[in-house]
Ligand binder design. Structure first.
Ligand SMILES: [Zn+2]
Ligand SMILES: [Zn+2]
Length: 142
């Protein structure tokens, strides 16, 4: 099955109409994990030709709301997007160069952390960002 067919199926399963921009954005997000909106727009344009910023923003919002794309936004960073893998993975973020790397969930299933006091909430997810310096930046600083 081609990836395009796969994306079309995901859209239909999410009750979304299949459009070329939606398929192109899904492809761009999958090919460029943790890409910011500008990088996704560039990737979509190389695929479809001229597409407006607004069109790509709109598609990203629809796909995020539908749960096909996961939006992550570490504080101080622009929003980044990745395919929704439903694996509850976490992120390592470098304070110096802002690179984002996936790291497996601490215990394998959501929520992987137990709050000391859940205050009556039913918790289904824990979002963790580990901040620090990536190996490249650590080397440069020494
Ligand atoms: Zn770095
Ligand atoms: Zn990730």
């Amino acid at each position: 099955m081609s990836t395009t067919t796969e994306f079309e199926r995901s859209l239909r399963e999410a009750q979304l109409r299949v459009t070329r921009p939606r398929v192109a954005v899904l492809g761009a997000v999958r090919d460029h994990p943790h890409a910011d909106t500008e990088s996704i727009i560039r990737a979509v344009r190389s695929d479809l030709g001229e597409v407006s910023h607004q069109a790509v923003y709109d598609v990203l919002r629809v796909l995020t709301d539908a749960g096909l794309v996961r939006r992550i936004q570490p504080s101080g960073s622009v929003a980044r997007y990745e395919s929704q893998l439903a694996d509850n993975h976490h992120h390592l973020v470098c304070r110096s160069c802002s690179v984002i790397v996936d790291v497996e969930c601490a215990v394998g299933a959501a929520p992987c952390l137990t709050a000391a006091d859940d205050r009556g909430f039913t918790i289904d997810e824990a979002e963790v960002v580990y901040w620090g310096l990536c190996p490249d930046c650590t080397t440069q600083n020494t």
